[in-house]
Design a protein around this ligand. Structure first.
Ligand SMILES: *Cc1c(COP(=O)(O)O)cnc(C)c1O
Length: 457
């Protein structure tokens, strides 16, 4: 087969910044071993996140100029609204400044003490917004999703039996929402099958529990369905997307992911009463319902990006580029999540650094090592992000200890990715010199963003 090429050519470039390992050692110490505290100009290849870091197309930039900045009733809003209505089949569209703003509004309404929000795996901001409302977030990931290095086609699936058992135990009246994350970001960017969404929907319908989709990577998920679920092989991505949303009562979305936008998000739903409630909160914190915390130009860029992202040449290149890096690492014996996910490569940190106990945060130690050695910025998705303490201040670890290398959309070329694989493999060959870390300062919620750490001597 011929090489799958980047389905774009480059019209505008921006420089990347070179520094030396000695310089990076000082930078890392000053940043307290937390990649979020490193300046981006001190990073060579930035794989911290795929959020808001996409390259926009010339069409999107043209849309930026077309943005109508009227406070109310801007045509940019109506374009945004119609695009999302067409994609999701949902009539009520509420713009927000990013995904978590949509979550904050939704869970302020649905969440409260004694309630449970069930999911395949909640993303960190989703979980934080649920917990802030007083409710509890519950991850019911399928068995395959718990074994990072064992491949399976749909490791993002929800465990339908566990969902049924959980409803029986807690009572449907205490479960105001089920939310499926596609693809499952915290679980390795793994897709959810259409069959699973249908099965979850059936259980939810029986118990009158609304089903929402956390739709950040809806197009990547739809492409996996096309590749891996036989009856969808001949369907177009927009058709698959439409069917996927047809099983949901609503969705939350960060346009910083599968809309190639630098900022933005939305809520979409069918229920008029809930939408009214959401809009009331929106006006208080985000803005008037026809802009919701965004500029008219952002609404344009999102509307255009949502269509572009469903292009199958793009999706083929996108999914293949993640697989390409995953395969190179696998061939060198590096423990990686398998199969490759949709937007990121995940290193299995507790296997990569098996000499570092979980309480010394092997994932965060690995993040530091990749930066030191090659100037690559990644993020821990493990016990620093999701760990809790018990009553005796002992760490209750996360389910998985991963390091995520998120690939920004349409930004890096194959040679950048080759360089990344070389750095990771060199770090792997010298892994025994890497030391664990301890926390010296942390916030009570979402601590990974601001935590300060130091090496254990
Ligand atoms: C990024 C993300 C969010 C939050 O969106 P923001 O735009 O970063 O606020 C929610 N869920 C998932 C799965 C995400 O990847």
């Amino acid at each position: 087969m011929q090489t799958i090429i980047e389905p774009f050519r480059i019209k505008s470039v921006e420089p990347i910044y070179f520094n030396t390992p000695a310089e990076r050692k000082i930078i890392l110490e000053k940043a307290f071993y937390n990649p979020f505290l490193i300046h981006s100009t001190d990073v060579l290849i930035d794989l911290l996140t795929d959020s808001g870091t996409s390259a926009m197309s010339s069409n999107q930039w043209a849309g930026i100029m077309q943005g109508d900045e009227s406070y109310a009733g801007s045509p940019s809003f109506f374009r945004f609204e119609k695009t999302i209505q067409d994609i999701t089949g949902m009539p009520l569209i509420i713009p927000t400044h990013q995904g978590r703003a949509a979550e904050k509004i939704l869970f302020s309404i649905l969440g409260s003490k004694g309630k449970y929000i069930v999911s395949n795996t909640l993303f960190d901001t989703t979980r934080a917004n649920i917990e802030f409302s007083g409710a509890q977030g519950v991850d019911l990931i399928c068995e395959a999703g718990k074994h990072p290095t064992v491949p399976a086609p749909f490791k993002g699936n929800m465990d339908v039996d566990a969902l049924q058992a959980f409803i029986n135990e807690k009572g449907a009246e205490n479960i105001p929402l089920c939310i499926i994350t596609v693809t499952n970001n915290s679980g390795g960017g793994q897709p959810v099958s259409m069959q699973n969404i249908k099965a979850v929907k059936q259980v939810c319908t029986t118990h009158k529990i609304p089903l929402f989709i956390d739709a950040c990577r809806f197009a990547e998920n739809a492409y996996f369905i096309k590749l891996r679920e036989k009856e969808y092989a001949d369907k177009s991505v927009p058709e698959i997307v439409r069917e996927l949303f047809s099983y949901a009562d609503g969705c939350t979305m960060s346009a910083k992911k599968d809309a190639f936008a630098n900022i933005g998000g939305f809520l979409a739903m069918h229920n008029k009463e809930l939408a009214q409630h959401c809009r009331n909160l929106l006006i208080m914190t985000e803005g008037f319902p026809t802009y919701g915390g965004l500029a008219g130009r952002d609404l344009e860029a999102i509307a255009i990006g949502l269509i572009e992202v469903m292009d199958e040449h793009y999706l083929q290149y996108r999914i293949r580029s993640i697989e390409y890096l995953t395969n190179k690492l696998m061939a060198a014996g590096v423990p990686v999540m398998q199969p490759a996910g949709g937007h990121a490569v995940y290193l299995v940190a507790n296997e990569f650094l098996s000499h570092i106990p979980v309480k010394h945060y092997p994932g965060q130690a690995l993040v530091g090592a990749l930066y030191l050695h090659g100037g690559i910025r990644s993020v821990e998705i493990g016990s620093l992000m999701f760990g809790k303490y018990d009553d005796h201040a002992n760490l209750i670890p996360a389910q998985l200890e991963l390091v995520r290398l998120a690939i920004p959309r349409r930004v890096y070329t194959q040679s950048h990715i080759d360089y990344v694989s070389e750095v990771i493999i060199e770090v792997f060959e010298n892994r025994n010199n890497i030391k664990g870390l301890q926390i010296i300062e942390e916030a009570p919620m979402l601590r990974h963003f601001t935590a300060k750490l130091k090496p254990i001597e």
